[in-house]
Structure formats: structure tokens, C-alpha cells
Design a protein around this ligand. Structure first.
Ligand code: HEC
Ligand code: HEC
Ligand code: HEC
Ligand code: HEC
Length: 121
């Protein structure tokens, strides 16, 4: 009996954690660090099919993931500059890098042209 109880508790705990995570991932995020380059990021289609830590690469997997801008500043410091976090062509973690790689591999990815993410006003 004791065993069943502890299994149930363990299960509830695991499910609880997954539910908290699912609730944490935002549906959409507006990236507006540069008011002249505001980008709407459809977070959910990404977090539904990719592991969180692909993008939230410094995440401890427990607390709320931190905004990229916390470390990636306007100018490069310990972390590459903000622009690079989103456009590094050599990294699958950047928006442009991942979309380019998917296109190259013949998979369905996201936009790869500047104007698709930054429409002219
Ligand atoms: C394709 C990349 C990508 C994936 C995969 C991803 N995220 Fe994100 N997430 C982002 C970006 C980019 C932001 C905006 C960060 C910013 O504002 O600088 C963000 C923002 C967030 C935020 C808000 C943080 C803040 O203060 O801005 C939370 C919470 C979050 N993500 C959780 C998750 C969870 C949980 C998962 C996995 C289920 C996940 N994300 C998967 C890229 C991703
Ligand atoms: C806690 C600090 C921190 C946060 C938060 C963070 N980064 Fe980074 N990032 C770094 C550091 C430090 C490096 C350089 C060393 C390395 O590659 O791990 C880096 C490197 C990168 C690179 C360079 C290429 C590569 O693959 O190594 C990209 C692209 C990148 N980050 C994207 C992001 C994105 C997108 C987010 C938000 C979803 C983010 N980072 C959040 C600290 C951070
Ligand atoms: C690790 C890979 C990866 C990264 C990083 C990534 N994406 Fe994507 N993106 C995808 C994939 C895969 C799709 C196609 C999703 C689908 O249609 O099923 C996509 C689709 C999109 C779309 C099209 C959505 C639609 O409605 O068809 C937009 C816009 C987009 N991404 C923006 C971004 C932005 C902005 C960032 C950076 C903040 C980013 N992506 C980072 C993999 C990535
Ligand atoms: C997949 C989407 C995507 C594509 C494609 C893309 N960008 Fe971006 N870009 C972003 C995101 C996300 C930001 C961050 C927006 C913010 O927070 O204001 C950004 C910001 C910028 C910024 C402001 C950087 C800063 O330090 O303030 C410039 C400049 C820029 N992009 C130029 C370009 C150019 C040039 C291209 C084509 C080579 C391009 N982008 C392609 C997503 C994209």
C-alpha cells in the first residue's frame, strides 16, 4: 500500500512539473528591444516542436528561462552581441541560423529573408 501511495505521489509530482512547464511557455513574444525592429515571435509553434534548451541554452531547467537580452547586450561582452543571438548564421540557436539550416536540409523552417521578419513600413 505504502508503495502505491509513493508511486502516486511521484507521478503527481512529475505531471505537476510538466504542467507548470507547459503553462510557462508563452504563446507569442514581441521582441522589441530595438523599437525600430520590432519582431513578433510565434513562441508556441517553436516550443511545441523544439526542446526549450535549444534556444534557452543557459537555462537551469528549473526557474523561468531568462530573456536573451539579459546576457546578449547591444555590444558584445561575455556573450555575443544581441544582433548575433538572433542572426548568427553559424548557430542553430539563432532565428536566422536555424531557419537557414532547415531550408538547406529541405525541411520546413521559418523566414530567412530580412524583410520577412522586418517588413518595410
Ligand atoms: C526557437 C527558440 C525557442 C524555443 C524552442 C523555446 N523558446 Fe522560450 N523564448 C524564446 C525567445 C527568443 C524568447 C524571448 C526572449 C526575450 O524576450 O529576450 C522566449 C521567451 C520565453 C519566456 C519569457 C521569458 C522572458 O522573460 O522573456 C519563457 C517563460 C519561455 N520562453 C519558456 C520556454 C519554454 C518552457 C520552452 C520549452 C517548452 C521554450 N521557451 C522554448 C525562444 C524559444
Ligand atoms: C545567462 C546568459 C545567457 C542567456 C540568458 C542567453 N545567452 Fe546566448 N550566449 C551566452 C554566452 C555566454 C554565449 C557564448 C558562449 C556560448 O556559446 O555558450 C552565448 C552564445 C549564443 C549564441 C552564439 C552561437 C552559439 O551557438 O554558441 C547564440 C546564437 C545565442 N547565444 C543565442 C541566444 C538566444 C536566442 C537566447 C534567448 C532565447 C540566449 N542566447 C540567451 C549567454 C546567454
Ligand atoms: C532551432 C530552430 C529555430 C529557431 C532558433 C527559430 N525558429 Fe522560427 N521556425 C522554426 C521552425 C521549424 C518553423 C516552422 C514551424 C512550422 O510551421 O511548423 C519556424 C517558423 C517560424 C515562423 C513562421 C511561423 C508561421 O506561422 O508559419 C516565424 C515568423 C519564425 N519562425 C520566427 C522566428 C524568430 C523571430 C526566431 C528567433 C527569435 C526563430 N523563429 C527561431 C525553427 C526555429
Ligand atoms: C527569422 C527572423 C529574422 C530574420 C530573417 C532577420 N532578423 Fe533581424 N531581428 C530579428 C529579431 C528577433 C530581432 C530582435 C528584435 C528586437 O528585440 O527589437 C532582430 C533585430 C535586428 C536588428 C536590430 C539589432 C540591434 O542590435 O538593435 C537589425 C539591424 C536587424 N535585425 C537586421 C536584420 C537584417 C539585415 C536581416 C537580413 C540579413 C535580418 N535582420 C533578418 C529577427 C530576424
Amino acid at each position: 500500500m505504502k508503495k502505491i501511495v509513493s508511486i502516486t505521489v511521484a507521478l503527481a509530482f512529475i505531471l505537476g512539473v510538466t504542467m507548470v512547464l507547459a503553462a510557462t511557455a508563452p504563446d507569442k513574444v514581441t521582441l522589441k528591444a530595438n523599437p525600430k525592429k520590432v519582431v513578433e515571435f510565434p513562441h508556441k509553434i517553436h516550443s511545441d516542436q523544439l526542446k526549450c534548451e535549444v534556444c534557452h541554452h543557459e537555462w537551469d531547467q528549473k526557474s523561468e528561462p531568462q530573456a536573451c537580452l539579459t546576457c546578449h547586450k547591444k555590444k558584445a561582452g561575455d556573450a555575443p552581441k544581441f544582433f548575433k543571438a538572433f542572426h548568427d548564421r553559424k548557430s542553430d540557436r539563432s532565428c536566422l541560423g536555424c531557419h537557414k539550416k532547415m531550408a538547406k536540409d529541405g525541411k520546413k523552417g521559418g523566414p530567412t529573408k530580412c524583410a520577412q521578419c522586418h517588413p518595410k513600413k
